[in-house]
Design a protein around this ligand. Structure first.
Ligand SMILES: NC(=O)c1ccc[n+]([C@@H]2O[C@H](COP(=O)([O-])OP(=O)(O)OC[C@H]3O[C@@H](n4cnc5c(N)ncnc54)[C@H](OP(=O)(O)O)[C@@H]3O)[C@@H](O)[C@H]2O)c1
Length: 238
């Protein structure tokens, strides 16, 4: 899709990858970017093309109110995500549920609510779900989170043909570790949010259905294409 002139909406835009995606979209020439956050007071100053929008992706009434304010979206980026649970045996049910609530049900709820807006976009629209390499195989130390991201990938695959029939493309971004609050406790090589955002936008512009936006994601994506089993073992032994 053409990023220049698009009207984008990014969830979880107040920090981490979402904040970097907003900046990269402005740099790429988006006409308008809705920066969505649970608390718009936390959004950075972004310039005249960025419009703050308050909603929690797990609160249906807040999503409905946001749809009324952002009726011109042509590019919806579902970036908001939670990492509350860790290894599956040790995590509480409440923590597992929290990851699924945001990463799976919240993402689907936002897509459903924005469907009428996306359907009337002149020239068609694009939805981008920010998933993870852990959507493809579990990273056992983050087993609960991985399961939620795998479920979000399955939902993405389920929606793709349905949305295509409505002239809406559905793309998935599968990053490796990013240097954000989410994984600050995990010592491992990470890509900066700015570089990940640029890689994601390049993939969106090309229309790649699976976007591996950073060097580790590209390396692991190549391994996944070669052998799903080898990919699983590589993560299990990380
Ligand atoms: N960091 C990584 O290594 C990594 C790797 C692969 C994929 N990802 C994915 O990349 C995306 C961005 O993650 P990040 O690394 O930037 O994480 P982050 O720094 O923890 O930021 C998460 C963002 O999501 C928002 N959010 C969480 N739950 C929400 C909800 N219910 N409603 C609205 N907003 C909500 C947060 O808002 P608040 O500030 O209000 O909490 C925050 O803006 C996520 O989908 C994540 O799963 C991250």
């Amino acid at each position: 899709m053409k990023l220049e002139g698009s009207v984008a909406l990014v969830t979880g835009a107040n920090r981490g990858l979402g904040k970097a995606l907003v900046a990269a979209l402005v740099e790429a020439g988006a006409a308008k970017v809705y920066a969505a956050s649970r608390d718009t007071k936390k959004l950075p100053a972004n310039g005249p093309r960025v419009v703050p929008l308050a909603f929690d992706t797990t609160k249906p009434e807040q999503i409905t109110a946001a749809v009324k304010k952002a009726g011109d979206v042509t590019l919806l980026i579902n970036n908001a995500g939670a990492l509350t649970s860790y290894n599956v045996l040790a995590s509480s049910q409440a923590d597992l549920d929290a990851d699924f609530r945001t990463n799976v049900h919240g993402t689907l709820a936002v897509i459903r609510a924005f469907l009428p807006v996306l359907e009337r976009a002149p020239g068609g629209a694009t939805v981008v779900n920010v998933l993870s390499l852990t959507s493809l195989a579990s990273f056992p130390a983050l087993g609960g989170y991985s399961a939620s991201k795998a479920a979000a990938y399955s939902v993405t695959q389920a929606l793709r043909p349905e949305l295509k029939a409505k002239r809406i493309e559905l793309l998935a971004v599968l990053p490796g570790p990013i240097d954000t609050d989410m994984v600050k406790a995990l010592p491992m090589p990470k890509t900066s949010p700015a570089d990940t955002a640029r890689g994601a936008l390049a993939g969106i512009a090309r229309g790649d259905e699976e976007i591996f936006p950073d060097p580790m994601a590209q390396q692991m994506g190549a391994l996944w294409n070669k052998s799903h089993k080898e990919f699983e073992r590589a993560f299990a032994n990380f």
